[in-house]
Design a protein around this ligand. Structure first.
Ligand code: BES
Ligand code: MN
Ligand code: ZN
Length: 498
């Protein structure tokens, strides 16, 4: 794991593989960002010209290396682009992305020192978090251990010692490490990560961090009548689990329930997905990974709020024991569901978990799920959809996500679409309705299982959970850790009484 620290000493005094500075596009060419002063001095004022000669423009995403000048103790200087130059400070997201590009570019190095703009606590946190996230590398299955992440990151600032700077680094460390842990879970091959092994990982993390973890295995699920989880899991040699991870604070005034879809592999079941649609379906537990990471981060930060994370874990496989299209399941709580398409499995495991979570009367339920391809069609690969039975909560989660650098968009739950799941079914509800607006139909299905009087929101992260293209900013290829920052910031706000 990458170690992260802050230092107030001069960039010139740093022994490291690389010194990272920020550059931007000024009206008359490349300009150096705040933090680069000591490095620029070592280049006797010629640094911007040298970088321009090397082709640097300051564009976002750009990374240009050059040998360090005499007088510096680092091996090289890495200039990362911040985009258009600004007078009043770069946005947190711009800094996170630039730090992420730097850390990723320096993969394999032992130590990198970040001399980026870091004058305020917010800037320090952005640089620290972006660097930790950008340093992520998934090498579990690589024979030569691949090019591992940069070993040590040092954020330079002149604010060290001030309380808010320390808190900023602690926050970035907790969130960055838990996001990276969630990415590891998402990237793990589905023959290694199944409901049982995921539950064991949650139990171990519970021990490590002092969280209460309860696991319902297939026997306990049968005894309790969890027909959704059992119906989805019954085709697999790896039986389902429902995991409850509870964090409580003695002075908490509010209790939040975070529920995650945890399909460790989604083949589609008997309604099998065609080739081309199942290669990345190990990512279908990203919601469970997100709520798990969020509750651990909340504990590490000691937030004054109670959070119960529910991981609805199952593997969706076709076999002679699999649920058939046409089968009727009796869900936890007693509602019946006709399974018309076994590939609409996420809503089935979530429904059980939503009813179970509701029994504990939390103030708010938020579920997180890679639920529908329709949401990806609607919002693309980088934006998640926010639905809710409470407009204020929907707006709030959308706003929260945007402040932490996660793109989201509010989506409706049109009441008239509900009948497409009820009118033509022999059961209370079918697990599929009209095809158009499929992401909203899925949301309406979940809403049926929310207990009266509880505010509930649903985040459909099917687009941003798993990144298939080339890495950008602090986002690697593969699992991203989508929605974790939103959940943690929301919990922090609730804890602060906002
Ligand atoms: N896990 C998928 C949704 C998904 C699609 C996640 C693409 C990530 C990327 C989900 O279980 C699913 O298969 N949904 C179906 C529902 C349909 C059968 C009603 C879908 O979206 O096609
Ligand atoms: Mn599916
Ligand atoms: Zn799925």
């Amino acid at each position: 794991m990458t170690a992260l620290s802050v230092s107030t000493s001069s960039a010139a005094a740093q022994r490291a593989d690389a010194l990272v500075i920020g550059v931007a596009k000024g009206p008359k060419g490349l300009v150096l960002a705040a933090g680069a002063e000591a490095v620029a001095e070592a280049f006797e004022g010629k640094l911007a010209d040298v970088l321009t000669t090397l082709g640097a423009s300051g564009a976002e995403g750009e990374a240009v290396k050059l040998p360090a000048a005499a007088g510096l103790k680092a091996g090289l200087v890495l200039a990362v682009g911040l985009g258009d130059a600004v007078e009043d400070g770069y946005s947190a997201e711009t800094l996170r992305r630039a730090a992420g590009v730097a850390a990723r570019t320096l993969g394999g190095a032992k130590k990198a020192v970040l001399a980026l703009p870091a004058a305020s606590a917010e800037e320090i946190e952005a640089v620290a978090l972006g660097a930790l996230l950008g340093a992520y590398a998934y090498t579990t299955y690589k024979g030569d251990a691949g090019k591992g992440p940069v070993g040590e990151l040092v954020v330079l600032t002149d604010r060290k010692g001030s309380k808010d700077a320390k808190a900023a680094v602690e926050r970035a460390t907790a969130i960055g490490e838990e996001m990276n842990r969630a990415r590891d879970l998402i990237n793990a091959a589905p023959n290694d990560l199944n409901p049982k092994s995921f539950a064991a990982i949650a139990q171990a993390a519970g021990k490590e961090h002092g969280l209460k973890v309860e696991v319902l295995d297939e026997k306990a699920l049968a005894k309790g009548g969890f027909g959704g989880l059992l119906g989805v899991g019954t085709g697999s040699a790896n039986p389902p689990r429902l995991v409850k991870v509870a964090y409580t604070h003695p002075k908490a005034e509010k209790t939040l329930a975070f529920i995650g879809k945890g399909i460790t592999y989604d083949s589609g079941g008997i309604s099998l997905k065609p080739a081309g649609h199942n290669e990345t379906m190990k990512c279908d537990m990203s919601g469970a990974a997100a709520v798990f990471a969020a509750v651990v981060a909340a504990k590490r930060l000691g937030l004054r709020v109670n959070i119960t994370a529910w991981l609805a874990l199952a593997e969706n496989m076709p076999s002679g024991t699999a649920t058939r299209p046409g089968d009727v399941l009796k869900m936890y709580g007693g509602k019946t569901v006709e399974v018309l398409n076994t590939d609409a499995e996420g809503r089935l495991v979530l429904a059980d978990a939503i009813v179970r979570a509701g029994e504990e009367t939390p103030d708010v339920i938020v579920d997180v799920a890679t639920l529908t391809g329709a949401m990806v069609l609607a919002l693309g690969n980088r934006t998640f959809g926010v639905m809710a039975n409470d407009e204020e909560l929907r707006t709030r989660l959308h706003t929260t996500s945007e402040t932490v650098g996660e793109a989201s968009w509010p989506m409706p739950l049109p009441a008239d679409m509900r009948k497409s799941m009820t009118e033509s079914s022999i059961a209370d509800l079918a697990n599929m309705g009209e095809r158009m607006g499929g992401g909203l139909v899925a949301g309406l299905f979940l809403q049926e299982f929310v207990a009266e009087g509880i505010s509930w929101a649903h985040l459909d992260i099917a687009g941003p959970a798993f990144h298939e293209g080339a890495p950008f900013g602090y986002t690697p290829k593969g699992g991203t850790g989508s929605a974790i920052r939103t959940l943690v910031r929301y919990a922090e706000d609730v804890a602060a009484g906002v």
